[in-house]
Ligand binder design. Structure first.
Ligand code: MN
Length: 371
């Protein structure tokens, strides 16, 4: 029978969700969904009778975390009964005297790694998990430098840090390390937190894994999010990502150049898929001067179709049809003819003719015409 660990990280409980400009009500709903995700994680651990639970940091956000969240976490971890829960604090939830980790009374199954140095928890004669925790928000050194596991059997590490190869340019690395450092420490595998997208890295065998946030946290985190199951036996270690998120973020680009009315814009947005999703609509392309684009009123009339809607205006000013129609040229005649046709159509049927007008104008200007 393998030893089974269920692992999550970067839940970011109590996150503000202010950066995206969410309303207070929706941000609060999103925070509740993060709690639901953690509760579901514990549900799965209980239902599938795993041997241990591990948390790779950024479980909550220290600056915003309340005692309410502390009690919530204690109650959830208590539900595991005798099943061990190991927590490695990260840069957003460092172990400090005023942290929830220090202030709460944790049940006996919970181990919190307080120091940026690896400490062992032995699960069986052949399996030891070594954990370390951040003790401040800016821990920059490689925790694996100079560290080596001791004893026989399998060794798994648990910490919050940046795989150096994946640090985005200009971003400071928290506890940077390389896969080769994990091997050099004598460890078989590292359970991690920090990056919000899931990733399992291998050299000759799986060497470390980021589960990613169980729920996406902003529009840079689209797609399905996961938790991780790790099956450990004496012969091998098998990580499995489990799809877990419930509420997706989704970005759509609406090309506006064929529209002559704000009605068409409204219709294009409300026709988008995304009920129950967190949706961002980017308006792009040339905007005809006749169109009264008022992002706020567009938002007001479309928002209820979506769980959360953000409209980003990236349009550029387009043709002035009124002026073009005045021209005593073939182009002017073409514009007059097309505008008359469009006006005879109902708003819902105008799309093709509006596009034809635009393509015609582009052809007059010897510009590329593409659908
Ligand atoms: Mn994080």
């Amino acid at each position: 029978m393998p030893f089974v660990v269920l692992h999550t990280a970067d839940v970011h409980l109590d996150r503000a969700f202010s950066a995206a400009g969410m309303s207070a009500g929706i941000a609060a709903a999103r925070r509740q969904e993060l709690r639901d995700a953690f509760r579901r994680f514990v549900d799965l651990a209980v239902d599938s009778k795993v041997d241990a639970v591990t948390i790779g940091g950024d479980l909550y956000e220290h600056e915003r975390a309340t005692m309410d969240t502390g009690h919530f976490l204690r109650e959830q971890l208590e539900r595991l009964g005798p099943v061990p829960a190991l927590v490695s604090p990260g840069n957003h939830d460092p172990y400090m005297p005023d942290s929830l980790y220090a202030r709460m009374d944790w049940p006996p199954n919970v181990t919190i790694f307080r120091e940026p140095a690896f400490r062992p928890v032995q699960f069986s004669p052949w399996l030891t998990v070594w954990g370390a925790g951040h003790d401040g928000p800016t821990l920059r050194r490689n925790l694996l430098e100079g560290f080596r596991v001791e004893g026989a059997g399998r060794h798994v590490l648990l910490f919050h840090g940046s795989d150096t190869r994946a640090v985005p340019p200009g971003k400071p690395a928290h506890c940077p390390f390389l896969a080769s450092d994990v091997r050099a420490a004598g460890a078989d595998f590292a359970l991690l937190g920090h990056y919000h997208g899931a990733r399992v890295a291998e050299d000759s065998a799986p060497v470390f894994a980021y589960p990613g946030s169980p729920e996406p946290l902003d529009f840079s985190e689209e797609g399905v999010h996961h938790i991780l199951r790790l099956d450990i036996d004496e012969a091998r270690i098998s990580p499995t990502l489990i799809p877990f998120s419930r509420v997706p973020y989704c970005t759509h680009t609406v090309e506006v150049s064929a529209f002559l009315t704000s009605e068409s814009l409204r219709a294009a947005i409300t026709a988008l898929p995304g009920e129950g999703e967190i949706v961002r609509v980017i308006l792009a392309g040339m905007l005809q001067p006749e169109v009264d684009l008022d992002v706020q009123s567009l938002y007001n009339s479309c928002a209820e179709r979506f769980r959360y809607l953000e409209i980003v205006d990236r349009t550029e000013p387009g043709y002035d049809f009124a002026e073009l129609a005045e021209e005593s040229t073939t182009k002017g005649a073409f514009v007059r003819l097309m505008l008359t046709r469009i006006q005879r159509l109902s708003p819902d049927d105008r799309g093709t003719t509006e596009a034809a007008l635009l393509y015609g104008l582009r052809a007059f200007e010897r510009r590329e015409v593409s659908a």
